[in-house]
Design a protein around this ligand. Sequence first.
Ligand code: ADP
Ligand code: MG
Length: 610
Amino acid sequence: MSIRKRISVTKRGFGILKKYCPGLVQGKALHEFINSVQPFISVWFSAHIINEIVTQKRIEKVILYVSLVVLINFICAFLKNIIERVCNEKESQMWCWFGKIFSDKQMSLDFVDLEDAKIQQQRQSAEENLYMFGNGLAQLVWGTSSLVRCFVNIVASVIMIVPLFISKSGNAFIDNPVWILILLASVTLGGFSNSKATIKENEVFMKWCEGTVWFNRAFMFFGKELYMSQERTKDVRIYQQNTIAEKVFDKLIQCDRENKTDIFKMSIYPAMASVIIGLANIVCYLFVALKAFFGAFGVGSIVQYVAVLLTFGQGIQQLMYVQADNAVYCTYLQKLFDYLDLPNNMYKGSLTVEKRDDNEYYIEFRNVSFKYPNAEDYALRNVNFKFKVGEKLAVVGMNGSGKSTFIKLMCRLYDPTEGEILLNGVNIQKYDYNEYMSIFSVVFQDFRLFSFSLAQNVATNMDYNADKVRSCLKKAGFKSHLSSLKNDIDVCLYKDFDTDGVEVSGGEAQKIALARALYKDAPFIILDEPTAALDPISEYEVYSKFNEIADNKTAIYISHRLASCRFCDVIAVFHEGAVIQNGTHEELLADSKGKYFELWNAQLQYYKRS
Ligand code: ADP
Ligand code: MG
């Protein structure tokens, strides 16, 4: 990566930190600034105190210098402690803030991209690198200190070193300006060797990270997730999946991840660098001692110049280190940015959705075909279907016939591969995306509830109207359970956040999900197999009350149980991704050669038998 690119990547990284972790980098920088300036103050005062004692011996000046240096050091230490406390707290929260970066991006991605394995792998890899090793953003936070330290060390030591070269000892050999070059060269060589060591170390580290990410992913799954996850634990026990897991786990543990050559390289380069740095330091000591020996300055200044020269050397080493470190985190930051910069390809229009009550509007599927990303077959094939806004539509068909897909397309979770969907004669892509989404209340077949309170689940909000929550729960048929709950609607669902939380059964969960859809009070209400997990009595309750539940809204009711769809104005029969019949129950039943007739009779027999 070019230096220019690295500067822009680093700047953007700091921008993200400023937005998500405000104050953290600034605090770290200020802390390190005080920390790095402090030794220079001490060195400067020490040199003056020694020179005063050796030469003029003015006791009041010595006392003044000593008091000042003590006071300044006290203030610095005090400030540093305060900043450190604040920064430590911010740094411990930093990981949560990082989580927000990923969740914000996931939320803003097109829905279709959430199923794209390549994109999700990109996210997973960026996330793992950040959380497991701090690669990228955390390195940038940690690197801030080195950056400031290196800057202060170089600037302050250059300022303080100038008199060393201009003061004359009278000895032509030692006053020769070539010494400046020799010193600079040896200090820089020390810096370079250190940087070479860091680069080697980083290369090995990056390689190691890649291997470890895979190890940890497998470890997390076979060593933890398989046993801990509530969802999996039943199957693990019944099918004894632990025996397979243990075999994989043993293999993982045995595999030798630490390459011996890598360990050798990681250790030998820094060792070699420290020898070269030691030699450079000897040259510095020699030069300052000789200059003092020939009388260029007093004993006190030896302390100052030696300290400052060594610090300058460290500054150069740090500069090399900072730039090598920067190369590493820029590579990871770039990977993170590649994910954060994934575009939204879904066209999002700007038209407002007209909410009219005259029911003279239509939703129309025109030649719609759809293939899931990376799927071989079409889930919907050339669907042509039109229904009036305000009607109650039932969608029936066998499993896998495309019913849920039809709904997902209508709600614009996906766009059709071919054809178009129109609302009020306008392609739905032309409407403002969020506004269009807001007209649908859907209970998906695979809905999820959250570990919040019952009321918050229904209202999908922290604040809620308790009466409305109760009435929606009642409409959804949840009332009987409600009266038996200890904390009424404030009871927490599941035990993630509350040990008194309740585990709800599939049927109860479905009723809560239905109440949530009702609470949203959108013009369209869509229930995708809403009764699949309900017992027959609850199922009867839901569909017999469906007209009441749906009120005057446009309602779509999906089911593979035809009996529950009789009450709808129109029934659409899906088969292998196409709408093969549509009409009222009576009309469809009149066609004795139709699929509906066949399904109806098959189910009738089944119910009669059972
Ligand atoms: P139904 O709701 O009628 O049971 P779906 O609409 O869920 O059927 O599925 C229609 C077809 O699309 C099925 O063949 C199913 O396997 C496939 N399908 C559903 N969801 C996905 C998905 N996310 N990715 C790939 N294929 C899918
Ligand atoms: Mg379905």
